[in-house]
Design a protein around this ligand. Structure first.
Ligand code: 3Y8
Ligand code: NAP
Length: 244
């Protein structure tokens, strides 16, 4: 069968891979979940929207003669990763994950590790503070359990419905972000705590440098359990793997 790649995208690494695959002239399709209004254009044929669970993805793989799947989704897109793992096993299609190492706390950091969103909500017990939620919109409803805080919400799109937290400021912005911009954001909004996911990578790490400089504590949500797929960190490794 001739090589045809499916790239499950949505990250900086996925975009870099798409460019490398196009330049290598390898037949491929790029896939977005359809989480934001206008996802970034890619130099490959692109599909947007869910596949319909494991079975939907398995059908897609068969119908489109996909020979290799690259899971280049965000480390917190665990459902997609597990679906890819099961669908590829079912269809006998090669699968590899392209991701970036987790961030590690450095000297001067004041991090409080929690296991998941619920853990982050629990650490916000207590007196009202000004909290930057750098989580996008999918996880916001959980924070309604701590309505006393003023939340600065950084979102990719203007929310269609009012956020579930009574006191909030919406900041519409799409990464990658820079340290000067994130530091100005935290000073302007008098941020007293930052809640974020251990996404890793360069597109979202600016807030960590800004928080360190301003001595602001960070509630760091650790990564969810991901499937035992082979993992690489560079497009070059993917291109070599896809040639097999
Ligand atoms: C739709 C597609 C690229 C990819 C760029 C990366 C970097 C900039 C930083 C903060 C953290 C957050 C969020 C974030 C970053 C990159 C990357 C990354 C974090 C786009 C994109 C899609 C999404 C979906 C979006 C989620 C949200 C998460 C915002 C494109 C821009 C918080 C993750 O408001 C919403 O609805 C946002 C939804 C899923 C997490 C969530 O749970 O809400 N990403 N982000 C993808 C799809 O439809 O399949 O237009 O580029 C991509 C990027 N966002 O090609 O250069 O590589 O991670 N994305 C987090 O890290 O915690 C922002 O604010 O500091
Ligand atoms: P998720 O919870 O793991 O996935 C939920 C469902 O969304 C999946 O079961 C699948 O639907 C669909 N889906 C997810 N990624 C897809 C893709 N690339 N192509 C087609 N369908 C996809 O994922 P998520 O956390 O909502 O993330 C959605 C997208 O945003 C991903 O592409 C991810 O890389 C990107 N992103 C997420 C985060 C984050 O913090 N979660 C951060 C940056 C970027 P079906 O079951 O119907 O197939």
């Amino acid at each position: 069968m001739t090589t045809k790649l499916l790239i499950l995208g949505g990250t900086t690494e996925a975009s870099a891979l798409a460019k490398a695959v196009m330049q290598a002239g390898i037949d491929a399709v790029f896939s977005y979940a359809g989480r934001v209004a206008k996802p970034k254009d890619q130099p490959l044929p692109t599909r947007v929207g869910g596949f319909g669970g494991v079975d939907g993805l398995a059908t897609y793989l068969r119908d489109n003669s996909i020979t290799h799947v690259i899971d280049a989704t965000h480390p917190f897109a665990a459902q997609m990763s597990w679906n890819a793992y099961h669908a590829c096993a079912q269809e006998g299609v090669d699968l590899i994950a392209l991701t970036r190492p987790a961030w590690q706390a450095q000297a001067g950091d004041d991090w409080h590790h929690v296991a998941d969103i619920e853990g982050a909500v629990a650490t916000l017990d207590g007196a009202a503070k000004r909290v930057l939620l750098a989580l996008g919109k999918l996880n916001l409803p959980a924070f309604a359990a701590q309505p006393q805080h003023h939340y600065i919400l950084r979102l990719v799109d203007q929310p269609e419905t009012p956020p579930a937290v009574p006191h909030h400021t919406v900041v519409v912005a799409r990464g990658p972000f820079d340290v000067a911009g994130d530091r100005a954001l935290m000073e302007q909004h008098r941020v007293e705590a930052v809640v974020c996911k251990n996404a890793g990578g360069i597109g979202a790490e600016a807030k960590l440098h800004a928080a360190r400089a301003l001595n602001i504590p960070v509630i760091m949500i650790d990564r969810p359990k991901l499937p035992p797929s082979a993992v690489v960190a560079t497009s070059e490794e993917i291109l070599a793997w896809a040639k097999n």
